[in-house]
Design a protein around this ligand. Structure first.
Ligand code: FE2
Length: 367
């Protein structure tokens, strides 16, 4: 069967990303204040949920949920104990959640949630789900018969505290770090179980420094709205950043979420003003930049003062920057990306970036 011609899992986009957090109230405050996410919906004690509280936030097409446990005997509490704050769910927006479940399970997907109908006075949502790497899951969310604010069970989240958006439009890609030797297995999972195809692959010759290395395969669905690079550590002289993640996350999990903006200068200036910390790239990077990427629309002084990276491919260029991990374990972080024609992932920046990460690993004593 030619899977490229028969998309058995049509995906409309990312529906939401759910984080399990030790303190969802404070996490939500950070994402509102620092990243400019807006309050969307709430579920907790006041809505009759005695075991957990969830805050849904939105900016552009990006919806994040932060969920915390109210009781110790809870999958959420256990997840936080094992992994720290991290991504539990990457929910995909589909037209038919039952078919998505059947088609993926038929191809070897491990069921996480049988199709479940959630309903309230605003209609119904069908949700199903399968497991992916580590303890991460994919939910399939069918919401064509629902008019409510977010999902049944949630109420509109009303709050007097206002923050300004920072310019995020959509999720460009989400990267999974998987354990030693598991990249091919998970790339095959996305190919065989979910019908994705491989866009690009990098090996340790592309992505290595004096000390560390990693390998990566980028898997994408047929309409390219969903892109999941999968990284695994490669042997180097020292512990790679992927290995450091695996150690602290205690297994495979989501490494970074790349958020797209159409004005990275504005977005990064806003984020810096609000206290978001970014990886540092030395001035030397900018000395060779004009030769490497040629003419770009942005002012080079702005690019340099904000420490933004630039890379060019055959189709155009892209601007990107990476935050430091946003929790105490060196695990989950964010990429801010603006594409100007380029469809690649910033390969030309890998070396500068990794050397920057290694400087931080050295400070943490984990290199
Ligand atoms: Fe990325």
């Amino acid at each position: 069967m030619n899977q490229l011609n028969t998309d058995f899992l049509p995906i409309l986009g990312t529906d939401f990303v759910e984080f399990y957090a030790g303190n969802a109230k404070q996490a939500a405050y950070y994402y509102r204040t620092a990243f400019g996410f807006q309050p969307l919906a709430y579920k907790g004690l006041e809505t009759g949920d005695k075991e957990k509280t969830s805050y849904a936030l939105r900016q552009g097409k990006v919806t994040f949920i932060f969920t915390t446990a109210l009781i110790p005997d809870s999958d959420i509490a256990e997840h936080c104990k094992q992994h720290g704050d991290g991504v539990k769910t990457i929910a995909l927006w589909v037209d038919d959640a039952r078919k998505s479940f059947d088609e993926t399970v038929k191809r070897g997907g491990k069921p996480f949630m049988e199709p479940l109908v959630l309903s309230d006075e605003n209609g119904e949502v069908v949700i199903s789900g399968i497991h992916t790497y580590g303890e991460t899951v994919h939910l399939f969310v069918e919401r064509k018969n629902y008019q409510g604010v977010f999902l049944p069970g949630f109420v509109k989240w009303e709050t007097g505290y206002q923050t300004r958006e920072a310019g995020f439009k959509y999720i460009d890609h989400m990267v999974g770090n998987v354990n030693w030797g598991e990249m091919d297995k998970w790339a095959a999972f996305y190919r065989d179980v979910m019908g994705f195809s491989q866009l690009i692959s990098f090996d340790d010759k592309d992505i290595s420094t004096q000390y560390t290395a990693l390998m990566s395969k980028v898997m994408a669905n047929s309409n390219m709205r969903i892109k999941f690079p999968i990284n695994e550590p490669a042997a180097g002289l020292n512990k790679s950043q992927i290995e450091e993640y695996i150690d602290f996350y205690r297994g495979s999990g989501v490494q970074h979420v790349a958020l797209a903006t159409d004005n990275i200068i504005h977005t990064v200036a806003e984020l810096r003003n609000r206290g978001v910390e970014f990886l540092y790239v030395p001035d030397a990077y900018y000395e060779t930049l004009p030769d490497r990427v040629g003419k770009i629309d942005e002012n080079l002084d702005d690019i340099k003062s904000l420490n933004i990276l630039v890379d060019r491919d055959e189709e155009g260029y892209l601007l990107q920057i990476f935050t430091r991990p946003v929790e105490d374990r060196p695990t989950v972080f964010y990429e801010i990306i603006q594409r100007k024609g380029a469809k690649s992932f910033g390969k030309g920046n890998f070396k500068a970036l990794f050397e920057s990460i290694e400087r931080e690993q050295q400070r943490r004593g984990t290199l």
